[in-house]
Ligand binder design. Structure first.
Ligand code: BES
Ligand code: MN
Ligand code: ZN
Length: 501
């Protein structure tokens, strides 16, 4: 989509469709007032007659082709003003955009940015608008014989302001929004590709591809022989049952000062998770092609860093393997030794994410990280606990938690903290190794994080369990979401601008 920022009054600017917001209070925004005056009180009258539904996510269309400049006005309900946050803003805008699509409009004026959003300035509202709009246009076509034509979708979005000082804020918001959306698109494409195409080797080649367009990037790929030399017995045990070799890929983005400690992002890249010998049941197993979405979000976030030229050093590391039940596959009860020297009894080969991550988390010490964040579709239990709304967040550092939670609120790509208390650790006791790779039935998301915590004691670390948010499961919306690219990119932006914690 084309985004245009202008200092012009709405009565002078034509568009096929205007989106204005309205709170329950019925109070009109600046542009809404202008339209109201221009068209004989169209909004105040409709509001008085109770035609406008101001509930959050509701839309009311006032169509009249005799208004040549603004034939279609969509009023997006915004609910209660004091509860209007970025996630609500995004809900209101998506509803309005899908309504606009029905009317086959080419250009829209996004008047919703005039609505006051809690803790979000103009730049943040424009950024959120661009991310939502780009995401609504996404369509997957890589493995279809015909690409969808994108007909009937909105082509142009205008942001209007009275103050020229605000223009630069709008332009910044547009730039950040486009970079985040670009990273999300890449993450979605990688996630949606089937396991027979998106293998560990393919992910490594995609990382190398990024380097072509972005000279600030350095990409290193370790093969199985190199990983064996480093003692990564846990990571390698996962790919033993597969004919696809595992890969450990590092993407070093050097936007900061030389010698500045990097933020390291570690992604789970299981390109297909059958469960291994602890085989998963058949229903919905196809969705386990999405088990590399953590890695996809790391690649997408690095791409966004490159697009924005973020003044920060960032390293992305993706631990890629396929979990299959071949003749050489790991058996339940097998003991492996990790790069850290600790040994693990693998009681369930389906708890493979933590096995690839633990060696990657040891490996990243070599980058002398300021902060390490891992991102993983790690546990079904996280979906049970939090559903499809926030990512699960577990962390050993309070300022880091706050920075991530804030980045989530600002982008609508939220996380929610779960405890990482010592009390859960004994669940991992093993009679035959330093630890087992699974706990009991209870608190599975937390025991998975407890397992990882034994490899992250030397640095500030956060773990994001994205099992519930990385993809939509059914119907027309089935597919990867590109989350948590917005949260991660926003966090890095905060970190770069020094407002990080
Ligand atoms: N990739 C899965 C987690 C998952 C399952 C994500 C369903 C989204 C939807 C992970 O590798 C896994 O299988 N975890 C097991 C852990 C268990 C064996 C301790 C799980 O959640 O069942
Ligand atoms: Mn698994
Ligand atoms: Zn998995």
């Amino acid at each position: 989509m084309n985004y245009i920022a202008k200092t012009v009054s709405i009565d002078k600017e034509p568009a096929d469709c205007v989106i204005v917001g309205m709170f329950k209070s019925g109070q009109l925004s600046h542009s809404a007032k202008k339209l109201d005056t221009l068209y004989q009180g169209i909004l105040t009258r409709a509001s008085r007659r109770g035609i406008i539904d101001t509930g959050l996510g509701q839309v009311t269309t006032l169509h009249d082709s005799s208004r040549s400049r603004h034939p279609c006005i969509i009023v997006a309900g915004c609910g209660e003003q004091d509860r209007f946050t970025i996630p609500s803003f995004q809900r209101a805008l998506s509803a309005a955009l899908s309504e606009a699509k029905k009317h086959k409009v080419n250009s829209v004026i996004n008047g919703l940015i005039e609505m006051q959003v809690n803790h979000a300035d103009m730049q943040t509202r424009v950024q959120a608008s661009v991310v939502i709009s780009e995401n609504s246009l996404y369509s997957y076509s890589h493995t279809k014989s015909k690409a969808s034509d994108g007909k009937g979708s909105v082509k142009k979005m205008k942001f209007l302001t009275r103050r020229s000082a605000e223009l630069s804020k709008i332009r910044e918001g547009k730039k950040f929004g486009e970079a985040i959306a670009g990273g999300m698109k890449l993450a979605r494409d990688l996630g949606n590709l089937p396991g027979n195409i998106c293998t560990p080797t393919y992910l490594a080649s995609q990382a190398r591809n990024l380097k072509k367009a972005h000279p600030k990037l350095q990409v290193t790929v370790l093969g199985e022989a190199q990983m064996r030399k480093l003692g990564m017995g846990a990571l390698l045990s996962v790919s033993d049952g597969s004919v696809q070799p595992a890969k450990l890929v590092s993407l070093e983005y050097k936007g900061g000062k030389p010698g500045q400690r990097p933020v390291v992002l570690v992604g789970k890249g299981i390109t297909f998770d059958t469960g291994g010998i602890s085989l998963k049941p058949g229903s919905a197993m196809d969705e386990m092609k999405f088990d590399m979405c953590g890695a996809g979000s790391v690649i997408g976030t690095i791409k966004a860093c490159c697009m924005l030229d973020i003044p920060l050093n960032v390293v992305g590391v993706i631990a890629c393997a396929e979990n299959m039940p071949g003749g050489k596959a790991t058996r339940p009860g097998d003991v492996v030794s990790t790069m850290s020297g600790q040994t693990v009894e693998i009681l369930n080969t389906d708890a493979e994410g933590r096995l690839v991550l633990c060696d990657a988390l040891t490996y990243v010490k070599k980058f002398k990280p300021e902060i390490v964040i891992d991102i993983a579709t790690l546990t079904g239990a996280c979906v049970v606990a939090l559903g499809h709304v926030p990512a699960g967040l577990m962390c050993n550092d309070e300022p880091l938690v706050n920075g991530l939670l804030e980045a989530g609120e600002r982008t609508g790509d939220r996380a929610w903290r779960l405890p990482l208390w010592e009390d859960y650790q004994p669940q991992l006791d093993s009679n035959f190794a330093d630890m087992a790779n699974i706990g009991s039935r209870w608190a599975g998301t937390i025991t998975a994080a407890c397992f990882l915590s034994r490899f992250t004691e030397k640095y500030r670390w956060a773990h994001l369990d994205i099992a519930g948010i990385a993809w939509h499961s059914s119907g027309k919306k089935k597919g990867a979401t590109g989350r948590p690219v917005p949260l991660l990119t926003q966090f890095l932006l905060q970190q770069a601008s020094g407002t990080g914690h």
